[in-house]
Design a protein around this ligand. Structure first.
Ligand SMILES: NC(=O)c1ccc[n+]([C@@H]2O[C@H](COP(=O)([O-])OP(=O)(O)OC[C@H]3O[C@@H](n4cnc5c(N)ncnc54)[C@H](OP(=O)(O)O)[C@@H]3O)[C@@H](O)[C@H]2O)c1
Length: 206
């Protein structure tokens, strides 16, 4: 059976998932947005940030999100931000399809992550990801522009948001330009943790 297509992001309370400039990415706002994620044991191990970490429900959600993902799709700006920041053993451990206008050979990392650069648009990228994922799900990893393209094309089945208690004021807004007339949401789960509120929705066509 084919897997689902989903995204899972951290979002500020006022709707942003990243600062506007990649130069600000590791700044205060980003750290506050992701403050729930960095202490989690699974996240720390996967990014080689060191041993130890928290093991509660937040950690379970991070692990479950990783385990359901058989392949990822991401935009070129997210790839650019990660290319120099991810460790040699990149944290995906599956094929990753980068939607881009750039032509580039696949980039294989140790530990099972290979980045494939797809210049034919979002649907061919997703088709390749589905094929690679097999029975598991495809994660639209980000960033905002790429998630929005897949949402508006009706290609996302469900999504999760870790709603962080931080206000950005400006930046990359997750739902900027969403086709609200076409998409309806069905609440699946709302789960607070001490650090963040996890919200999950199924996406339906109106
Ligand atoms: N808060 C979170 O949980 C979270 C999660 C993931 C990412 N992020 C953040 O999101 C930010 C990036 O988001 P973003 O919205 O700026 O950019 P993005 O979606 O990562 O990438 C957009 C770029 O991808 C390429 N692209 C997208 N669609 C395409 C298409 N149909 N055909 C060809 N190329 C296409 C284009 O690059 P080219 O024209 O250069 O090829 C486009 O400029 C980063 O700062 C990242 O850290 C946050």
């Amino acid at each position: 059976m084919a897997g689902k297509v989903f995204f899972s992001v951290s979002m500020s309370l006022d709707g942003f998932i990243a600062p506007e400039s990649l130069e600000d990415l590791m700044g205060k706002q980003w750290m506050e947005l992701q403050q729930w994620l960095f202490p989690q044991r699974f996240f720390r191990e996967n990014l080689a940030l060191g041993a130890g970490g928290e093991e509660g429900r937040d950690n379970d959600i991070v692990r479950e999100t990783f385990e359901r993902t058989g392949a990822s799709v991401m935009g070129k700006r997210m790839f650019d931000a990660g290319e120099h920041a991810w460790p040699e053993d990149a944290p995906f451990h599956t094929p990753v399809f980068v939607v881009t206008h750039e032509r580039r050979d696949p980039w294989e990392r140790s530990g099972g992550t290979t980045f494939h650069f797809v210049d034919a648009g979002i649907e061919p990228a997703l088709a390749q990801a589905r094929e690679a994922a097999g029975d598991r799900d495809v994660r639209i990893a980000g960033g905002g522009a790429t998630i929005l393209e897949y949402l508006n094309a009706g290609l996302v089945d469900e999504f999760s948001i870790a709603l962080s208690p931080v206000l950005f004021g400006s930046g990359i807004r997750l739902f900027e330009g969403v086709d609200a007339g076409r998409l309806a949401l069905v609440p699946v789960c709302a789960e607070p943790s001490p650090r963040v509120t996890h919200l999950s929705y199924a996406v339906r066509q109106r």
